[in-house]
Design a binder for this molecule. Structure first.
Ligand code: ATP
Length: 331
C-alpha cells in the first residue's frame, strides 16, 4: 500500500477548511493506503507558546477527526511529540535547508508579520519540520489544502538534496486531493482562508452550535446584488458559492447561480439556505465529537497505540538515515 502522512496543528478548534482541505481526504484514503495522521503539537508551539490549552486542543483535534469518520483501527493516529525520531530527522534536514529559501516562504512572511515580537527559529524552519514529519515514514502522498502547496515543494527539495548528498532514501512526496485541485476554503468575510487561529468570526468551526453557524453565515459579506444580467461575480460572492457547493445540493447551487445570472438573486435567501445546509452538515459531526471527547482515557489509548506504530516506522527510517549520513560509529 502507498504510504500517506498528514498532520493538523493543535492550535484550536477545527473548521470547514480543515475538513474539506484535509480530513475528508483522510477518511477517503484510509481503506487503500497505509495512513499516518498526527496532531502537530510541536508545530503549534511556533505560534502558540502558551501551553495551558494544548492538551485540550490535542484531544479535541483527535476527537473531531474520529467524528469526521477516521477509524483508529485502520489508520495510525498519534501525537507528533510522541515520536522523537521526527526531531532527529528535522535536525539532519536543517543542514540541507538554506536561510534564503526559508525566509522567502509565504507562510513564514505572513506569520512573522502577525507576531513581530516572536519571530522564532521554529517559525523559520517550519517547512523543515514538516518535511521531517512526512519523510520519516517515506510517504508518497500528503493530503493537504492549497495553503500547504509551497511547503510540499520544499519537502521534495529537501528529500532530493538528502538523496543526492548521502544516498537514495526518500521518495518525493506529493500534495494530494481526490479532485483535480487542492482545496482552499475562503473565510466568510471575503479576506483570506478559514483558519483556526485568525479571523474566528469569519470561520465556521465543527464545534459551532446551530445558532452561531446561522449567525456567521448571515453575516457573510454580500452587496445589494447585480443590476444587470450576466454581471461579473465579485470574489466575495464567488466564495459564498464555493462554500455552498461544499455542503448544499447541486440543484440548490445551480438555482442561485441562475438567479445571479438573471440579476434576480436575493442574497438573504441564499444565505438562509446556506445556513440551514451548513447546520445539517456540521451538527452530526459536532455531536459525535462531543461524545468522543468525554472519553479522555479512550482517546489517550488511541494515541499511545498510534505512537508505538509510528515509532516503529520512524525508527526504520532514522536508522537508515544515520547509516547513510555516516553517523554509525557510536552504534
Ligand atoms: P492555524 O490557523 O493555527 O495556522 P489552520 O487552520 O491553518 O491553523 P493547519 O493545522 O495549519 O490549520 O492545517 C491543517 C490542514 O488543514 C492542512 O492540510 C491545511 O492545508 C488544511 N487547511 C487549513 N485551512 C484550510 C482552508 N481554509 N482551506 C482548505 N484547507 C485548509
Amino acid at each position: 500500500k502507498p504510504i500517506v502522512v498528514s498532520g493538523i496543528r493543535s492550535t484550536g478548534q477545527l473548521h470547514l477548511g480543515n475538513y474539506f482541505g484535509a480530513m475528508r481526504n483522510y477518511v477517503r484514503m484510509q481503506e487503500e493506503y497505509e495512513c499516518y495522521f498526527f496532531v502537530a503539537d510541536w508545530h503549534a508551539l511556533t505560534t502558540h507558546p502558551d501551553t495551558k490549552e494544548l492538551e485540550n486542543s490535542v484531544l479535541g483535534v483527535l476527537a473531531e477527526n474520529i467524528a469526521a469518520g477516521l477509524d483508529p483501527e485502520k489508520v495510525t493516529l498519534y501525537c507528533q511529540s510522541a515520536v522523537p525520531e521526527i526531531a532527529e530527522l528535522y535536525l539532519l534536514l536543517n543542514m540541507l535547508a538554506y536561510q534564503g529559501e526559508l525566509e522567502k516562504t509565504t507562510t513564514f512572511k505572513d506569520k512573522a508579520r502577525n507576531q513581530p515580537e516572536n519571530v522564532n527559529a521554529g517559525l523559520l524552519t517550519y517547512p523543515v519540520l514538516m518535511a521531517a514529519d512526512i519523510l520519516i515514514h517515506r510517504a508518497l502522498y500528503v493530503p493537504v489544502g492549497k495553503d500547504q502547496e509551497q511547503h510540499l515543494e520544499m519537502a521534495r527539495n529537501f528529500a532530493q538534496r538528502f538523496n543526492h548528498r548521502y544516498g537514495e532514501l526518500f521518495p518525493g512526496p506529493q500534495a494530494f486531493n481526490f479532485g483535480a485541485e487542492l482545496v482552499k476554503v475562503p473565510s466568510l468575510d471575503g479576506a483570506g482562508k478559514m483558519s483556526k487561529s485568525e479571523n474566528q468570526l469569519a470561520t465556521l468551526y465543527l464545534a459551532d452550535d446551530d445558532d452561531l453557524i446561522r449567525k456567521k453565515v448571515m453575516k457573510a459579506k454580500t452587496d445589494s446584488g447585480p443590476t444587470e444580467p450576466n454581471s461579473e461575480m465579485p470574489d466575495y460572492i464567488r466564495n459564498i458559492f464555493g462554500i455552498m457547493s461544499l455542503v448544499s445540493q447541486e440543484s440548490t447551487v445551480e438555482k442561485f447561480r441562475s438567479d445571479f445570472n438573471n440579476a434576480s438573486i436575493r442574497y438573504g435567501d441564499m444565505k438562509k439556505q446556506l445556513a440551514e445546509d451548513m447546520v445539517a452538515f456540521i451538527s452530526p459531526i459536532r455531536a459525535r465529537a462531543q461524545e468522543l471527547r468525554r472519553d479522555t482515557d479512550g482517546l489517550r489509548r488511541i494515541m499511545e497505540r498510534g505512537a508505538e506504530a509510528a515509532r516503529e516506522s520512524a525508527q526504520r527510517t532514522i536508522r537508515e538515515a544515520r547509516r547513510l549520513v555516516g553517523l554509525e560509529y557510536l552504534k
